[in-house]
Design a protein around this ligand. Sequence first.
Ligand SMILES: [Fe+2]
Length: 148
Amino acid sequence: MKPNKDVIAILSRALADTFTLYLNTHKCHWNVEDPNFYSLHLMFEKQYGMLYEDADTLAERIRALGAYAPGSFQEFEKLATVKSYTGPQMSAEKMISFLLSGYEALLKTLYETMNLAHEHGDESTFDVVIGQIDIREKTVWMLRSSLK
Ligand SMILES: [Fe+2]
């Protein structure tokens, strides 16, 4: 299989989205204030850990395709569709809704990556991304359930 530049470009966006959501979730882990503080603090820790590992996998897939991975705040800011968590302190409920909107953007990118990889016969990228979609959708379920 010959590496495809569109697949590499969308993988770079998936990496930027995943890293931005990682950082947003880590910030929630640090700053959450709620009667359920401890369980939210731990839930965010599990979630940012998975995002951090998956960002690494995406970056290394980009390298395996012969390109260089973006890795600075400036590069990520340019590429990401997930919004960064800046601005004033949020309630736990707001944090969860904000993270959910990030997951929505990330999942859109991951589905596009999956389809493009499939189109170009890049089954390895397809496999990596499909595994990550499964984990991200599970997290969406957990975050949604925490709001009810
Ligand atoms: Fe911590």
